[in-house]
Ligand binder design. Structure first.
Ligand SMILES: Nc1ncnc2c1ncn2[C@@H]1O[C@H](COP(=O)(O)OP(=O)(O)OP(=O)(O)O)[C@@H](O)[C@H]1O
Ligand SMILES: [Mg+2]
Length: 236
């Protein structure tokens, strides 16, 4: 579905990402794991057409390397950046309505309500506060709302940049339940995380990134007990 080939990014003269190749197949949960400054967000920004890069990126066999970001989004990629944004003056339900707005024209309010029911099965804390302005939610709750917003758009591919960052342990648990739900529903997800153990549990395949380079990759289950890779990643 998504193919990144030989991606290299410089910020000025500083190398951020070097010769990174990543593939995400239909229905897979793929994770990029790396510590601070490894180049994770840079890869995602390159995919989304936000920064200059070398290499080739294709989505469903269409070359998107030089496409504008809005066109990439319209192709069905939903990107949740690390700086999650919700409309603070809008209620939770209106935030979700705005996210659904494109489909609202074809599916109407009834379609919206059906999607909402599906969403709230997994975001019960949001359902309780449906009429509350998003600005009153805690940071973690706002983050969950922005994930709900990206899901209600029913994208083909969801890209998440460190969704667990800043969440309380309970919300982290909710989040990984939601990712498991995505997996069971054959949603395709590219997730960037520092939370190695939890991510390895839900992902199908993982790439380990260090200093802008992929140092190891493969089936997530092969890394679950791999102290060598964890040492390489942590101890580096
Ligand atoms: N706009 C920029 N200009 C210059 N250097 C940048 C810019 N953005 C990122 N960098 C540098 O590129 C490297 C990779 O940054 P990036 O944000 O991709 O890392 P990351 O893996 O997402 O880290 P984190 O886990 O902290 O979010 C870092 O050394 C960072 O300082
Ligand atoms: Mg980052």
């Amino acid at each position: 579905m998504l193919k990144v080939e030989d991606l290299t990014v410089y910020y000025g003269k500083a190398l951020a990402v070097k010769d990174v190749s990543i593939e995400v197949k239909d229905g897979e949960i793929v994770a990029i794991i790396g510590s601070n400054g490894a180049g994770k967000t840079t890869i995602l920004n390159a995919i989304m057409g936000v920064i200059k890069k070398n290499g080739r990126i294709t989505f469903e066999n269409v070359d998107i390397t030089s496409l504008d970001t809005y066109k990439i989004v319209n192709m069905g990629i939903s990107y949740l950046p690390d700086s999650k944004t919700v409309f603070k003056d809008l209620t939770i339900i209106d935030n979700l309505r705005v996210a659904f707005y494109k489909s609202l024209k074809t599916e109407g309010e009834k379609g919206f309500r059906q999607k909402l029911d599906g969403i709230f099965e997994h975001f019960t804390n949001l359902e309780e506060k449906i009429k509350l302005k998003a600005g009153f939610l805690s940071g973690g709750e706002q983050q969950m709302l922005s994930i709900a917003q990206s899901l209600i758009r029913e994208p083909k591919l969801v890209i998440l940049d460190e969704p667990s960052a800043g969440l309380s342990p309970i919300l982290v648990k909710d989040l990984f339940n939601i990712i498991t739900f995505m997996k069971n529903n054959r949603l395709t997800v590219l997730i960037v995380e520092q939370n190695v153990n939890k991510t390895i549990k839900v992902a199908d395949r993982v790439y380990f990134l260090k200093n802008g380079r992929i140092i190891a990759f493969g089936n997530a289950r092969d890394f679950r007990d791999d102290s060598i890779i964890k040492k390489a990643y942590f101890g580096g």
